[in-house]
Design a binder for this molecule. Structure first.
Ligand code: CIZ
Length: 301
């Protein structure tokens, strides 16, 4: 069955001149079938540079939008139309415009987990892999940071600038508590605890390393340590085990599963290439403004 699906996918990829991009949080069969697996930053760069005519983005809506913003001449397909991001939905463009009026001297930085319409309102975009570096080097002293309050807090503890946080959060990372960290540390002693900066400050403060998914993969591969507790979405464990099979990885909390990231599977990838839907479309005026914000991310990182 899996072989038949993979053969069909390979036929369709050739026929449509398509590339398959999968986020690190996708399920194993999708990661295995993809041409590239990575975080939003890595996948944005690939989308901007690819020679393929069709990009199949296995992730959530804002990620496929970012690919379309950077590669407007390509057809971008998100295999599962319902794969949204509750965090991205916590910032609406009209609310960002209101806040900008409240803080006219602040630059506006957004996490990549935002819609194209919100990116169009912002000066510069960041991902968890480059947020501290970009905010540190971007020429402003004060930032309104949209929409993740925990990432905003993490940035503020690492740069000497004023960060005004939005009140959004990721439902998968924000639910983890200090008590769960204590329990995990006790149950699995002598481990390195890596957590994502979308976790609450009370969790981040207890971590050995605070990294985005790309950073966690690199750290685990290069480390002399062999046991890691992972404070991010379940999908990353699949790739960590695949790339460092001799090491042990434990999910910090059994609840760290993003329901939206789990909506895509191999059959849906095939269906989307057969029908060439659902296709991502962005009004050109919004795309052009959002591209300035993403281009600055590529420039400052
Ligand atoms: O930057 C990304 O792709 C996100 C949303 C998380 C991560 O750290 O990979």
């Amino acid at each position: 069955m899996a072989k038949a699906l993979l053969d069909r996918l390979s036929e369709l990829k050739k026929e449509k001149k398509a590339v398959i991009l999968a986020h690190n949080y996708q399920i194993g069969e999708v990661q295995d079938a993809a041409d590239y697996v990575g975080d939003s930053f890595e996948l944005s760069k690939i989308a901007a540079d690819t020679k393929a005519e069709v990009i199949v983005f296995c992730g959530v809506h804002f990620m496929a939008e970012s690919a379309k913003i950077l590669a407007p001449e390509k057809t971008v397909i998100l295999p599962e139309n319902m794969a949204g991001c509750p965090l991205a939905d916590m910032a609406l463009p009209e609310k960002v415009r209101e806040k900008k009026e409240e803080f006219p001297d602040a630059a506006v930085a957004c996490y990549i987990n935002t819609s194209a319409a919100v990116k169009a309102e912002c000066d510069v975009c960041v991902t968890s892999a480059n947020a501290v570096k970009i905010i540190d080097s971007y020429p402003a002293k004060e930032f309104l940071f949209v929409p993740d309050q925990n990432l905003a807090h993490f940035i503020s503890t690492n740069v000497d600038k004023k960060i005004i946080p939005w009140e959004g959060y990721c439902i998968t990372h924000h639910r983890v508590t200090r008590e769960e960290v204590k329990r995990a540390r006790k149950a699995i002693p002598d481990t390195v605890l890596m957590v994502h900066p979308e976790c609450k400050p009370e969790v981040v403060e207890q971590a050995d390393e605070v990294l985005g998914t790309g950073g966690m993969l690199k750290y685990a591969k290069e480390s002399q340590d062999s046991k890691f507790i992972i404070g991010t979405e379940l999908g990353l464990i699949y790739r960590l085990k695949k790339e460092s099979p001799e090491k042990d990885f434990y999910l910090l909390s059994a609840d760290m599963i993003c329901p939206n990231m789990k909506l895509t599977n191999l059959q849906k990838v095939i269906n989307s290439l057969e029908s060439m839907t659902p296709e991502i479309e962005i009004p050109e005026d919004i795309r052009v403004k959002a591209k300035v914000c993403l281009d600055r991310m590529l420039e400052y990182s």
